[in-house]
Ligand binder design. Structure first.
Ligand code: FES
Length: 118
């Protein structure tokens, strides 16, 4: 099987990030994918990918948070974000979340850069 260069997306714009076995249960890892900092978590059979920058004080520390009630808790001041969609428990906007697929033990994540028109 041929693996793509991790900096190149596949035909559906997913980037290969790491092997499933590279992730420890409930312990986040940070990656830069398509120039975006993301935090990746494995919980049981599921893998979640969220933006790594907490919107509270714009700290790039979400990967270092802890899991509680299906949320990731920012280690700085305790803001919680749902793992499934990055939103706050109230449903308000929180972190961007990214689609994940697992193929042949490799994790692929679809990260689309936000374009700003200044
Ligand atoms: S920086 Fe995340 S809760 Fe304050």
């Amino acid at each position: 099987m041929k693996f793509l260069n991790p900096s190149e997306p596949d035909s559906e714009d997913f980037f290969q990030v790491c092997k499933l076995s590279d992730l420890k249960e409930k312990q986040g890892r940070k990656f830069i994918v398509n120039e975006v900092q993301i935090a990746v978590f494995k919980i049981g059979e599921n893998v979640f990918a969220l933006n790594n920058v907490c919107p509270h004080q714009h700290s790039a520390i979400i990967y270092d948070g802890f899991i509680e009630d299906d949320c990731i808790v920012c280690p700085a001041h305790g803001w919680k974000f749902r793992l499934t969609d990055g939103k706050l428990p109230s449903g308000s906007k929180g972190l961007d979340s990214y689609k994940v697929k697992i193929l042949n033990e490799f994790i692929w994540i679809k990260v689309i850069q936000k374009k700003f028109n200044w």
